[in-house]
Design a protein around this ligand. Structure first.
Ligand SMILES: Cc1cc2nc3c(=O)[nH]c(=O)nc-3n(C[C@H](O)[C@H](O)[C@H](O)COP(=O)(O)OP(=O)(O)OC[C@H]3O[C@@H](n4cnc5c(N)ncnc54)[C@H](O)[C@@H]3O)c2cc1C
Length: 422
């Protein structure tokens, strides 16, 4: 077994892992980047549509183009890259060292001893088991991300007559993609009364192709023995399926786009405290988990809609992991909590002496909203928002100046809320 020692080990070579590794390398630390697929890039490689990089590169790129920019930077660095290599176990040693085991198609078993780990394993898709659709269990039911990979990377078309469950971005993008490859998409079925994806995707992926969007509807049954033959679609009345208005839609394929969950098996294995609101690790102002020296960024921390935010967050995780390696720690942290109409905030602590960024996920769809930050009950920042919706994450910059007039104690907290205005 080959044994290695490194300052930092980054798990996952998607947008988050590459940004964190590059940042640590630029600070002069030795870094190993571990990726289980045979190339770097993560989910970006299967997202061949454009819409990536507007903030990071000031250009509209496709997913593979965005990945390529980062892969080139990684290639120019001293980062040791291990592809076709899966990290399966992290053990905590004395003096906050970590022992990591990696199974590599090229190198066999690798044992790394490291001072810091950055978790960047991305997320996984919820599936039929998570949404409990009754009916038979025929072939032809896929998660939308898997179907995207089949079409865009493996070159297979999963079916010709398609119904999609869930109007999240992956479902919307796959609706358009299936039309482009010659399939007929009969509709996108969404349980909520509003779409879950970005507004631009509703317009470009559904309206432009005349694909019906059934809001407040569910797929209530799957029919078919060997292959999907049809699904029942039922409207909701006061939140309850109204069976009297169920209609049957013939199809051979059902794509599920019913949400993403941070990939947290490794986090659980090492004993990281998870945030029940995000499903990812609970982190402090350094994006460090409850385990000293273990950081997290990107979709493993909380599911992002924009890759630019993933790169920015992971760069911060890399900076903070570097600061940790130099022995730096914040003197005081202020807790951040979700308030009215906010599902979650991340991170859950900020350092009041520096510039911070807080990400928040709204619970409401609304125009004319006031975003407020209250420090122990006093409003310290207010921002008008023309439109908010759950599918669009909000990023707020918090300047240390806003704390100037306040006495900060150990239990001081900021509450972030969204107030609807008339
Ligand atoms: C369909 C779709 C459309 C999107 N459209 C847009 C868009 O138009 N614009 C935009 O800005 N953003 C978009 N996004 C969002 C953005 O692409 C993602 O949020 C971002 O790329 C996620 O990066 P990540 O590094 O956190 O995760 P990932 O890209 O998932 O990377 C995680 C990596 O970790 C690896 N890994 C996991 N576990 C292990 C392990 N144990 N050992 C080794 N490796 C491991 C995985 O193989 C993977 O490569 C889209 C996302 C999807 C899915």
């Amino acid at each position: 077994m080959r044994s290695e020692i490194t300052d930092a080990l980054v798990v996952g070579g998607g947008a988050a892992g590459m940004a964190a590794a590059v940042e640590l390398d630029q600070q002069g630390f030795s870094v190993a980047l571990i990726e289980r697929e045979d190339e770097l890039g993560g989910v970006l490689l299967q997202c061949i549509h454009n819409g990536f990089g507007l903030q990071e590169f000031n250009e509209e790129l496709t997913g593979p183009e965005y990945a390529e920019r980062w892969i080139e930077t990684v290639k120019k660095s001293k980062i040791q890259v291990f592809t076709s290599s899966t990290l399966t176990e992290i053990n905590l040693l004395e003096r906050n060292l970590k022992e990591c085991f990696i199974y590599s198609a090229v190198h066999g078993v690798l044992r790394f001893t490291t001072r810091t780990v950055v978790l960047a394993m991305g997320c996984r898709e919820r599936n039929r088991g998570n949404v409990l659709i009754p009916g038979t269990r025929p072939a032809g039911v896929y998660t939308a991300g898997l179907a995207q990979r089949m079409v865009n990377i493996d070159g297979y078309i999963p079916g010709k007559e398609v119904v999609i469950v869930g109007s999240g971005d992956i479902g919307l993008i796959m609706a358009r993609r299936m039309q482009w490859v010659g399939a007929k998409v009969h509709g996108v079925v969404e349980i909520q009364p509003y779409p879950s994806g970005l507004t631009r995707n509703i317009s470009q992926c559904l309206h432009d192709f005349d694909i019906p969007l059934y809001l407040s509807h569910v797929v209530s049954r799957i029919h078919g023995i060997d292959r999907v033959e049809a699904v029942d679609i039922t409207p909701l009345k006061n939140g309850v399926p109204d069976q009297s208005r169920t209609f049957r839609q013939k199809c051979d394929t059902l794509l599920l786009s019913v949400g993403l969950i941070p990939e947290n098996e490794l986090s659980k294995q090492v004993g990281i405290e998870l945030n029940p609101l995000t499903g990812g690790p609970m982190v402090d102002s350094m994006l460090m988990s409850n385990i000293e020296g273990v950081f997290a960024a990107g979709n493993v921390l909380h599911v992002h809609d924009l890759v630019d935010f993933v790169s920015a967050e992971a760069r911060l995780a890399g900076q903070k992991a570097g600061a940790y390696l130099r022995g730096w720690r914040p003197k005081l942290e202020v807790q951040v909590k979700p308030g009215a109409n906010v599902k979650y905030v991340n991170p859950t602590k900020v350092d009041p002496t520096g510039q911070s960024e807080i990400f928040l996920r709204p619970l409401i769809v609304s125009n004319h909203v006031s975003l407020t930050l209250s420090l122990d009950g006093t409003v310290i920042k207010r921002q008008k928002k023309a439109h908010v919706q759950p599918s669009e994450m909000i990023r707020i910059k918090v300047n240390s100046k806003i704390f100037d007039q306040h006495t900060l104690k150990g239990d001081t907290k900021i509450v972030v809320g969204l107030e609807e205005m008339d």
